[in-house]
Design a protein around this ligand. Structure first.
Ligand SMILES: [Mn+2]
Length: 474
């Protein structure tokens, strides 16, 4: 165990001595003031009287590993260092400076570490300010949540990504911790397969905005990771805004916390969870950890030290098996079947692909098949359809920026079906048999689909702006 000698025992030296003694260290104190040495001895401390500039002091401290030179006079401290170093002693020396100039001088004289009180005080003030501000922010957020009459509605951004969903999960957990019911509302769809796996594997409950009749049912509306999204048409009052991007709209909200120096909203939410000193459950920890990792692409993109400390905090609470599954979602057998069928039956004209996937038990795989087909070489637009329960479901995707796929479907089927979606992804539902006079029955569905197939393809290729009839089946 290291032993310590403290030269100069004013208020700083005394505080250091007390700290070391408390840790059970062997401490020698040297001070030139008789009365002070007497008082230290009365406290059972090993104190000796000497002028610390005196050459003999370096012999006094010869057996101590660390020498702390703490007098308020930097010049005196410099002489003390020189005396020790002149005797060729290799103690570890910590010396107190009074300003940046004396700090340089002490270092040049041989101090290993120089402590400049004004810098220490400034740093400590900044740290206290920061933690004080965080505490203040958390208190204000709690006030807004607690003053909610009824439920809190937490809105993700349009077609939410993991950062937005995870932040909403965290805010809901905070609200519940404060005794307020909260619901997560998402806009658009949860598009990407990884994002759906994330929501499903964690069992995250979300409500689609389409199913919300009246936002007045919520006492407070919060936007998380949403400020940048100018698409949001707000027909309600926003109470809380938390984001890591500067919003495009100026929100007149009771609580706004925008931190552009953070790389994800999940990082900000983790700080709040810590501030509220709540037990973070597995769902929340796993969601936030995934949110941070996805947003920073595993800390490769714009990472801030705060992301790493937040991730380190969440790590022991998160379910790593779930995270692994989210990151490499396996394709369901149904999706694989539909994709195989769609690839086999594909008809390509130019860069447009249309395919019939046959009969389905679930229409969900169509969307994923359409997405995967976009990866085929030279394909910019894909549409896959199939039949379930006397309805033709069609899912389409486009990466052609000149084409709005929702408009294409609208134009192709406006008289017979209902199209939904936007420029890059859309879907339509058409009653089976609409192209013939035959009514759909259990026995004739196969026939109806084959009669329908050409009509669907023809209308689609027409609306995409390609001539029908000359499609090269491949
Ligand atoms: Mn984000």
């Amino acid at each position: 165990m290291s032993t310590y000698a403290i030269l100069g025992c004013g208020s700083v030296g005394h505080a250091v001595a007390e700290g070391l003694v408390e840790q059970g260290k062997d401490v020698l104190i040297v001070d030139r003031d008789d009365g002070r040495v007497e008082a230290l001895r009365d406290q059972d401390l090993d104190a000796r009287q000497a002028d610390i500039e005196d050459e003999a002091v370096s012999d006094m401290v010869a057996d101590y590993d660390v020498v702390l030179i703490m007098s308020s006079n930097a010049e005196t401290n410099r002489h003390a260092i020189e005396n020790i170093r002149d005797r060729g002693r290799d103690h570890f020396i910590v010396a107190r400076a009074s300003d940046p100039v004396s700090a340089d001088e002490l270092e040049a004289a041989g101090a290993d570490v120089v402590v400049n009180p004004s810098t220490v005080i400034a740093n400590s003030a900044l740290r206290t300010l920061e933690s004080g501000e965080r505490e203040h922010q958390a208190k204000r957020l709690a006030e807004v949540i607690e003053n909610t009459s009824g439920r809190l509605g937490v809105l993700t951004h349009d077609n939410p990504d993991p950062d937005s969903i995870a932040s909403a999960v965290a805010l809901r957990a905070i609200a519940e911790h404060l005794g307020v019911d909260a619901e997560i509302i998402y806009l658009g769809d949860i598009g990407h397969q990884e994002n759906r796996a994330f929501v499903n594997l964690l069992g995250i409950e979300l409500l689609s905005r389409d199913n919300i009749d009246d936002f007045d049912d919520y006492g407070t509306i919060a936007l998380v990771d949403n400020a940048e999204d100018a698409d949001v048409t707000l027909d309600f009052q926003v109470g809380i805004v938390i984001d890591h991007y500067e919003p495009e709209i100026e929100y007149d909200a009771a609580f706004v916390d925008i931190r552009p120096d953070m790389s994800s909203t999940s990082t900000i939410m983790t700080k709040y969870i810590q501030e509220f000193d709540m037990n973070v459950d597995e769902e929340v920890a796993t969601a936030l950890l995934y949110g941070i990792r996805a947003e920073t692409m595993d800390f490769k993109r714009e990472t801030n030290p705060a992301d790493l400390t937040a991730a380190a905090y969440l790590y022991p609470f998160a379910n790593h098996e779930t995270l692994e599954q989210v990151e490499s979602p396996s394709m369901s057998p149904e999706t694989l079947d539909v994709l195989a069928e769609a690839i086999t039956n594909r008809e390509v004209t130019g860069s447009h692909l249309v395919s019939n996937a046959g009969f389905l038990t679930d229409r969900e795989p169509l969307t994923q098949a359409a997405q995967h087909l976009l990866n085929l070489e030279g394909i910019t637009t894909s549409a896959v359809f199939g039949v379930a329960d006397d309805t033709i479901y069609l899912a389409a995707r486009s990466k052609d920026i000149r084409m709005n796929i929702a408009n294409v479907l609208q134009e192709a089927f406006e008289d017979i079906g209902e199209a939904a979606g936007h420029s890059t992804q859309a879907s339509v539902e058409i009653p089976l048999g609409i192209f013939t006079d035959i009514t759909a029955t259990d026995d004739n569905r196969e026939l109806l689909l084959s009669l329908t197939e050409e009509a669907v393809k023809g209308r689609l290729f027409d609306a995409m702006g390609v001539e029908t009839g000359e499609g090269n089946s491949s």
